[in-house]
Design a protein around this ligand. Structure first.
Ligand SMILES: CC(=O)N[C@H]1[C@@H](OP(=O)(O)OP(=O)(O)OC[C@H]2O[C@@H](n3ccc(=O)[nH]c3=O)[C@H](O)[C@@H]2O)O[C@H](CO)[C@@H](O)[C@@H]1O
Ligand SMILES: C=C(OP(=O)(O)O)C(=O)O
Length: 429
């Protein structure tokens, strides 16, 4: 099993190119199931989750061609995928594949919308809470699907096709919104999704669906309107930059000090997180090429933050912020409201000498002047990278074990950080 070895203490200086967003690339690839024509996606990150989804789509009969690099392409250029779901040969998504990645469950929506049937294993994914799919099932039932659960599989049928409906989510759900949106594009009549998730990845998927011939308005707001169409066609779409990767590297720079240009980043995708970083003492400068982040001289100030759906502070940056706050001058408070068990990093951060106490959904972090490197274990994707952030500032050596979590969502992490002066290497085997 690969590990990452880090010797902390170096400031970060240089440029980090921001990859395409994992959480947009995955639903965009899934949306290709809605049409028998080719969907071309540019700027798809090279990640374990993307590779796994390629296998899952392949199992349904989808052909995927990954275009190589052209001369002059930047070495970090995302890949271009040509995805063709001309013939769907199997509407079952098996346990062996779906259990490894939660988002793969979302294939239920396009399969049902286009093939009028789907049998999809209940999902797995990061251990950050119970993560039920009741609201996704509710949305599909509203659209006229008959759904049963048998042997760990969701079996969905819509013999006459889906029908437009009003779907009101009792709580904001990204997965529920993606599923409702994709399913409604091919439903007969119009659909209203209210209390929809406003995450930028939803709007990115809706943009792509509209290029494919869907009639969607309001994506990115809590009320989305979809006028169903009989057929979708091929299109070409570029995956938006990863706001969580952006925020993660911004926090790494705030942690170590130094100055880094986050190339290709879009500040409006993570304004709440950038505001918190500025409060913590980092200097954030949006520019033509992305965002410059620096922290020179000044220490880290404590903050009080509560995670919330977009445009609030993202839960996917909570662990990274906690790592940063371990070295703040005073006590910080971080409240997690989205996932009930997203504090797996707390016990691992303690191995560096961090002082964190938990009370229900709130963590209190008493900043310490110095962290010390330690052997630690990655537990889930964002928790893993919070350990990397701590290690970059810790005295001495850290060994991060079980880094397959990191490979799910961070493209060439060690290369990007070492190019900015970090002492970080992957140890294979
Ligand atoms: C691949 C992807 O895009 N993953 C993101 C997505 O996850 P995901 O789409 O799974 O997250 P949701 O927004 O759906 O979940 C939000 C909350 O709603 C609950 N819930 C959800 C569905 C349901 O049927 N019933 C229910 O109770 C969840 O348990 C959670 O407490 O949004 C999360 C919240 O921004 C992010 O942390 C994940 O990185
Ligand atoms: C929790 C995440 O992913 P997933 O929803 O795929 O588990 C994440 O991206 O932080």
């Amino acid at each position: 099993m690969d590990r990452i070895r880090i010797i902390g203490g170096n400031k970060l200086h240089g440029t980090i190119p921001i990859s395409g967003a994992k959480n947009a690339a995955l639903p965009l690839m899934i949306a290709a199931l809605l049409t028998d024509e080719t969907l071309i996606l540019d700027n798809v990150p090279r990640l374990a989750d993307v590779a796994l989804l390629q296998r899952i789509l392949g199992n349904h009969g989808v052909d995927i061609m990954a275009a190589g690099k052209r001369p002059g392409d930047h070495e970090y250029q995302g890949q271009t995928l040509h995805i063709s779901a001309k013939n769907i040969i199997d509407t079952t998504a098996p346990y062996e594949l779906v259990s490894k990645m939660r988002a793969s469950f979302w294939v239920v929506a396009p399969l049902l919308a286009r093939m009028h049937e789907a049998k999809v294993s209940l999902p797995g994914g990061c251990a950050i809470g119970t993560r039920p799919v009741d609201l996704l099932i509710m949305a599909l039932e509203k659209l006229g699907a008959e759904i049963s659960i048998d042997g760990g599989y969701v079996i969905a049928k819509a013999p006459g096709g889906l029908k437009g409906a009003t779907i009101e989510f009792p709580k904001v759900t990204v997965s529920g919104t993606h599923v409702a949106l994709m399913a409604a594009t091919l439903a007969k009549g119009s659909t209203i999704i209210s209390n929809a998730a406003c995450e930028p990845e939803i709007a990115d998927v809706a943009d792509c669906l509209n290029k494919m011939g869907a009639k969607i308005t309001g994506a990115g707001t809590p009320r989305i309107l979809i006028e169903g169409v009989a057929k979708l066609h091929g299109a070409r779409h570029t995956v938006l930059p990863d706001r969580i990767e952006t925020g993660t590297y911004a926090m790494a720079v705030a942690m170590t000090g130094g100055e880094v240009q986050l190339s290709g980043a879009r500040p409006e995708l993570l304004q709440a997180a950038l505001d918190v970083l500025a409060q913590a003492g980092a200097t954030i400068t949006p520019n033509n090429d992305g965002i410059k982040v620096s922290r020179n001289g000044a220490g880290i100030s404590p903050v009080t933050v509560t995670t919330a759906p977009f445009p609030g502070f993202p839960t996917d940056l909570q662990a990274q912020l906690m790592a940063l706050m371990t070295r703040a001058k005073g006590a910080s408070h971080i409240t997690e409201t989205i996932f009930e068990n997203r504090f797996m990093h707390v016990q691992e951060l303690a191995r560096f000498g961090a002082k964190i106490s938990l009370d229900g959904e709130t963590a209190t972090i008493d900043g310490v002047s110095q962290l010390r490197g330690a052997p630690v274990m990655a537990t889930d994707l964002r928790a893993s990278v919070s350990l990397v952030i701590a290690a970059l500032a810790a005295e001495g050596e850290t060994m991060v074990n079980r880094i397959y979590h990191l490979d799910r969502g961070f493209e060439r992490l060690e290369e990007k950080l070492s190019a900015c002066g970090a002492t970080i290497e992957r140890i294979s085997g």
